[in-house]
Design a protein around this ligand. Sequence first.
Ligand code: SAM
Length: 289
Amino acid sequence: MKDLPEDLFVEEQRQGVFFGLQVHRWLEKHPTAYQDLIVAETTLGRLLALDGKVMVTEADEAFYHEMLVHPPLMTHPAPKRVLVIGGGDGGTVREVLKHPTVQQVTWVEIDQQVLSACRKWLPRVSAACWQDPRVSLIVSPGEKWLRGLSELQDIIIVDGSDPVGPSQALFEQPFFANCSQVLSPNGILALQCGSPFYYKEEVQMVWNRLNRLFPFVRLYLGFVPTYPSGLWTYAMASTTDLQVAPAELRDRFRGRGLGQCRYYSPDIHIASQILPPFVEELLAAESAG
Ligand code: SAM
């Protein structure tokens, strides 16, 4: 077997399955109050990893952030107030701010050290989004801060990591219930739900929990090459229908002037909701959750 490079970042994506990135320079490697943080210069640009899992690489972060943000915001006719929970690298907030209808972004991130490390080493991801006058950045556990929120939100985006460690609370029923209470009448909750190939139970759990609370739930797919298997799922949930006519979607895309995205387009928006049979079966199967 080819000799492995000396400096390697390795993620065990699931038991017995490994993903590796050659490291040219370790930039930060230490625990924070909540998780183990790594920032490194790698073959795919700068990498942020938390608790040994790839969160962001410069090479493919736009694929992830565009698909977490634009489907819900384009589905809403005129999103004004947006709540982002997590997303310490700033990529999610950066994409939200591209929508001219957005007037207020409340960003709640648990870990100050993630914010600081990303500002320092991953400036291209955040594009200094915290400087935008529409953004209010709060350092707090999102689930705790949400309990005190009274102002209705048009969009809530949960950009947590996997449902373990500090993010676990962001995948639990009480949190989803609290989200449903602070959404405006046609508001939308959106979150990433993991790999439908390696983390079947996680996808089923989120699907079941959202369906208990919302009449309209949509799962959709995206491609994030540095995430486990590369095929990634996201969910949107609302009390109003999430279907948008293709012509309307294209009008909104033109009207909002999002410019040339790296992954999202109105056609991808539509195509992302067409699920392969193995994912449809996952959603049809009864499961604990
Ligand atoms: N895109 C990544 C993924 O899919 O795994 C997640 C991106 S982001 C780096 C995850 C962020 O959620 C981190 O900045 C982490 O500090 C933050 N986070 C974790 N638990 C949180 C919580 N309970 N409240 C707010 N932020 C949280």
